[in-house]
Design a protein around this ligand. Structure first.
Ligand code: DSN
Length: 423
């Protein structure tokens, strides 16, 4: 077996054992969590580089500590590549993750007490879009929009307009972590303009699809700001980023909100890894990858449809599927996650819209194709994975069948290993 961590192996066998265990888990199983992916060895090298030793509070050309000749180069590369990828006028690449990107965006655009109109979490939104468990709700006021029709995914834009007129939000927030369709960006922007709000989209889940030109770019429809993570479909290191359409006054506010408003020293090794990832995403191969993610999700959708398994919004137009396994097969989301884990397929239990069950053991599972597409899976292999998922759920009490499926998954994984490079 390859020794990925020679220094750790010598120095710290306990950590080494866990890290090698994770290498094997990833190599011999299939990753279907739609927010996860496999990064290139180039991204991993940058993330483990000497830049982890460096403090760089401030921004390129405006730092508080000395020794910045290389950090500035790296951050400028990340910024310029990000702008090019998304057709943005400005990029801040310092947010440590998606949540700080959203919090920084709120701090830049809002005063305490201001209102945000965001998607309801139970209909696909995100915790940082105003869920009551977050501290954000102690500072800002969040109002919500929902789907009008759960079977098609259509958003209730009339209700959104009515809520916006009554609540006068400063931000109308698009974006989601469990919604399998595209949004009507023109409607979002026109409602935002009507009430004098910023149109902001959290594109964390679909950033790679936007960069790869597989789905619409919200900036082309007049959105003012996009926040994102840099992993997920974009296939970079864990991290966050904020982009604006124009290099306007809000860009300055965003820089101030991230540093010194919210964060201290940026993680320069992570920013170097972002620069490498953005370089990869600018290549023509990445566009082919992004389009294949969608084709693969459609192939999985067909198998679920053929097996009469209800999918929220009726299917998918992006990289993810939200299936009502409790309503369709009588298996809870938690049980489905566990039994699929047993056969080497990793996904997550997920609440569905208007779920009859609780959040710790909901009715749904959420899965997607970004990681297996990175492995080289095409429609045929993805349909096979979906068939094995359905068989696993139907045969969940049959240990012999589960063992056979585990072997099938191991064979598929070995045949199509995680690539080391994408260029
Ligand atoms: N945790 C991410 C996801 O899985 O969608 C969102 O923050």
């Amino acid at each position: 077996m390859k020794n990925h961590y020679p220094y750790i192996k010598k120095q710290d066998p306990k950590v080494y054992k866990a890290l090698e265990g994770e290498e094997t888990r990833q190599a011999e199983g299939l990753e279907l969590i739609p927010s996860e992916n496999y990064v290139s060895m180039a991204v991993r090298e940058a993330n483990a580089s000497a830049l982890t030793n460096k403090y760089s509070e401030g921004y390129p050309g405006r730092r508080y500590y000395g020794g910045q000749e290389f950090t500035d180069d790296v951050e400028m590369l990340a910024i310029e590549r990000a702008k090019k990828l998304f057709g943005a006028g400005f990029a801040n690449v310092q947010p440590h993750a998606g949540a700080p990107a959203n919090i920084g965006m709120y701090f830049a655009l809002l005063e305490p007490g201001d209102t945000v109109l965001g998607m309801d979490l139970s209909h696909g939104g995100h915790l940082t879009h105003g869920h009551p468990v977050t501290y954000l709700t102690k500072i800002f006021n969040f109002v919500r929009y929902k789907m009008k029709n759960i079977e098609t995914g259509e958003i209730d834009y009339d209700e959104m307009r009515a809520v916006a007129k009554a609540a006068k939000p400063k931000i109308i927030l698009a974006g989601y972590s469990a919604y399998p369709r595209e949004l009507d960006y023109e409607k979002f922007v026109s409602i935002a303009r009507e009430v004098g709000a910023y149109a902001v989209m959290d594109v964390a889940h679909i950033a790679g699809l936007i960069a790869g030109r597989a789905v619409k770019n919200p900036f082309d429809y007049g959105f003012d700001v996009m926040t994102t993570t840099t992993h997920k479909t974009l296939r970079g290191p864990r991290g966050g980023m904020i982009l604006t359409r124009e290099d306007a006054a809000i860009a300055k506010k965003i820089d101030k909100a991230i540093f010194p408003g919210l964060q201290g020293g940026p993680l320069m090794h992570n920013i170097a890894a972002k620069a490498v990832c953005f370089g990869e995403a600018l290549s023509p191969k990445f566009r082919t990858y992004a389009k294949q993610i969608l084709k693969n999700a459609k192939a999985m959708e067909k198998v679920f449809k053929d097996n009469d398994i209800r999918m929220i919004t009726g299917g998918t137009s992006n990289h993810l599927i939200l299936a009502d396994v409790y309503g369709s097969l009588g298996v809870s989301g938690k049980e489905a996650e566990q039994v699929l884990d047993e056969v080497g397929i990793t996904l997550n239990k997920n609440a569905i819209a208007d779920d009859v069950r609780g959040p710790m053991d909901p009715s749904g599972i959420r899965f997607g194709t970004p990681a297996i597409t990175t492995r080289g899976f095409k429609e045929k292999e993805c349909a096979r994975v979906a068939e094995l998922m359905v068989e696993t759920l139907n045969q969940r009490a049959n240990k012999k069948t589960l063992k056979r499926i585990r072997e099938d998954i191991r064979k598929m994984s070995k045949k199509m290993p995680i690539p080391e490079s994408f260029v």
